[in-house]
Design a protein around this ligand. Structure first.
Ligand code: HEC
Length: 177
C-alpha cells in the first residue's frame, strides 16, 4: 500500500470510529468503571452547567438531587431558600458552593441550573437568576458556622411563611459521608 493510501485508510478508520462514537453517545456509553460495568450501566454525556454539576456537586448531592441523610436534598427544596435575601445569599455562601473550583460565572450557572432542575416548583414567581458578580461577592464571604447560619436562614423562612417549620428543611447532620 502506498503511503498515501495507508494514510487514507487510517483516516477512514478514525471517521468510522467517530460515527460509531456519536451514535453510542446518543444512546449512552459504557464507562471504564468496575461497578458500572458489572451492572451494565451506560452514561450519556452532558455539557455546560449540567456537566459542571456532575463533576463538582453530584458526588455528594446525587444525580437526582437526593443523597445520603447527612447531605441535604436539593430536590423540591432549594427553591424555597431564594424567597428571602439571607436564604438567597446562603446558597452561594454554603461551603460546597463557595469553594467549588469554578469561575464566578460558571458557579452562578450551576446554581441556577440546580434551582431550575431540582426545585423549579418552589422558586418564587419572577425569580431573578444569580449573576456572576453577585455570586462572586457572596462566595468571598463563605458560611463559617453552617449549623448556626443555616438555622437562622431556616427561621427566616419559617417567619416569612415559606416553610411551615424547621422540620420541613431538616436533614441528618450527625454523620458526615
Ligand atoms: C463534599 C460534599 C459536597 C459537595 C462536593 C457539594 N456539596 Fe452542597 N452541601 C453539602 C453539605 C454537607 C451541605 C449542608 C451544609 C454543610 O454542612 O456544608 C450542602 C449544602 C448545599 C446547599 C444548601 C442546601 C441546604 O439545605 O442547606 C446547596 C444549594 C448546595 N449544597 C449545592 C451544591 C452545589 C451546587 C455544589 C457544586 C458546586 C455542591 N453543593 C457541592 C455537601 C456537598
Amino acid at each position: 500500500m502506498s503511503r498515501r493510501a495507508r494514510g487514507l485508510a487510517g483516516l477512514a478508520l478514525l471517521l468510522g470510529c467517530g460515527a460509531a462514537f456519536a451514535a453510542a453517545a446518543a444512546e449512552g456509553m459504557p464507562v471504564p468503571d468496575r461497578l458500572a460495568r458489572e451492572q451494565g450501566l451506560l452514561v450519556r454525556p452532558v455539557t455546560g452547567a449540567a456537566e459542571d454539576f456532575s463533576r463538582h456537586c453530584q458526588g455528594c448531592h446525587g444525580h437526582h438531587g437526593v443523597s445520603v441523610d447527612e447531605v441535604p436534598s436539593l430536590k423540591d427544596r432549594i427553591g424555597r431558600f431564594v424567597h428571602v435575601p439571607e436564604g438567597r445569599a446562603y446558597l452561594a455562601r454554603v461551603p460546597g458552593v463557595a469553594f467549588a473550583h469554578l469561575s464566578d460565572e460558571r458557579l452562578a450557572g450551576v446554581l441556577n441550573w440546580a434551582l431550575r432542575t431540582y426545585s423549579a416548583s418552589e422558586l418564587p414567581a419572577g425569580f431573578v437568576p444569580y449573576g456572576a458578580q453577585e455570586v462572586g461577592s457572596l462566595r468571598r464571604d463563605p458560611v463559617n458556622d453552617v449549623g448556626r447560619e443555616r438555622a437562622a436562614v431556616v427561621d427566616a423562612l419559617v417567619a416569612a411563611g415559606i416553610v411551615a417549620d424547621r422540620a420541613a428543611l431538616a436533614f441528618g447532620t450527625d454523620r458526615r459521608y
